[in-house]
Design a protein. Structure first.
Length: 364
């Protein structure tokens, strides 16, 4: 038998949904039974989607380098083939960055109607935060642009500073994010702006070196992170980011320092090797080609101080932005070196399915 858990969502409905009479008052209620599959005993699903009238929710352990959209495409292809449907609604309840791993709730069929409610649940993360440097994306997807002193960064100072981040607060999201800015994804604006600022810095540096030769400015080498041109470019980028991204109201309920390493040795870092489990040969080939285009900065030789923090927070909290703000609070720079979503609502990582296990559910 497959291990199943049920989610109960109560809310007000119309006459068609039934009613309960209590204390002389008419109350409209509905109990929704969405099947949430856990890895205790994996068995193939029925071939009829009608056997799951309220839909299916898969708690998936999103692999490193996979986008949330990659997971959705794979599950949708498996589900359509398994249930014999040309099209089937599949979505997720809370995106994860490509360089993050952990719980991604995938909704199939009528469960997509509840995705927004599932997304509203609190989440828990384990974040690896490196100090002494920054990147434009606040993670390893972009090269380090500035270095900072770390003389005020220690286990005791990090532990004490974390206390100031508890509770309700405002947060400015990273410009490299999926947040919508006037109908456009912020990361699309960020990439345009980033390329523009980098190009401008190269041009300025080349013209400064040789004002009479502007033919090869596009090939001019970028200056070291300590140089003024790169730093000025980053300052302009940060200013544009602050102008474009509006603040969000978030709440952080729990912060726990799990480990502090002065030389950057992680205790909980996930595997950063590409995960091709659950893929056929064609998908593996496409994934490898895509992986070759993903830039992941190797910070190992830098031996930057690393804090591993468990974070419980509300929907809409950007952990990359939290890392940025924590670095500033310690008079240093900081960025996210890895991120694991260890819980989404009532679904812990220990009960999440690998992509290989997901494929097993849709076997004939």
């Amino acid at each position: 038998m497959m291990a199943l858990r049920y989610i109960f969502l109560s809310h007000h409905f119309s006459l068609d949904d039934g009613f309960a009479l209590k204390s002389g008052l008419l109350r409209w209620t509905s109990i929704v039974f969405m099947i949430i599959i856990t890895p205790d005993n994996i068995a193939p699903l029925s071939h009829s989607i009608e056997d799951y009238p309220d839909g299916i929710v898969l708690a998936v352990d999103k692999p490193y380098r996979w986008t949330s959209a990659d997971v959705i495409r794979k599950v949708k292809w498996l589900a359509c083939r398994h249930f014999g449907k040309k099209n089937l609604k599949v979505g997720h309840a809370g995106t994860l960055d490509p360089l993050a791993t952990g719980v991604l709730l995938v909704c199939i069929g009528n469960a997509t109607k509840r995705a927004e409610q599932l997304q509203a649940h609190d989440k828990e993360y384990i974040a690896g935060i490196s100090f002494g440097a920054t990147t434009p994306s606040y993670d390893l997807e972009k090269d380090i642009d500035r270095r900072f002193p770390t003389d005020k960064v220690s286990e005791s100072s990090v532990r004490e500073t974390l206390k100031g981040f508890l509770g309700k607060q405002e947060q400015v999201a990273p410009l490299f994010s999926a947040k919508s800015v006037d109908g456009v994804r912020a990361y699309e604006l960020a990439r345009r702006l980033y390329r523009k600022q980098r190009s401008a810095s190269y041009e300025a540096e080349a013209l400064h070196a040789d004002p009479n030769n502007a033919e090869n400015i596009s090939d001019a080498p970028k200056q070291d992170a300590s140089g003024s041109t790169e730093e000025q470019s980053q300052s302009v980028f940060d200013a544009h980011a602050a102008d474009l991204i509006r603040t969000s109201h978030i709440r952080i309920d729990k912060l726990e320092l799990l480990n502090f390493s002065p030389d950057g040795t992680p205790a909980h870092a996930p595997s950063m090797s590409p995960d091709y489990s659950g893929m056929n040969e064609q998908e593996i080939a496409r994934a490898k080609e895509k992986d070759s285009r993903i830039n992941i900065v190797d910070i190992t030789p830098l031996h930057l101080p690393l804090a591993e923090v468990r974070i419980s927070c509300t929907k809409g909290t950007y952990i990359r932005a939290f890392a940025r703000d924590l670095g500033e609070a310690l008079d240093s720079g900081a960025f996210l070196s890895y991120l694991i979503r260890s819980r989404s609502g009532d679904s812990p990582l220990s009960q999440a399915l690998t992509m290989a296990q997901v494929s097993t559910l849709f076997q004939d």
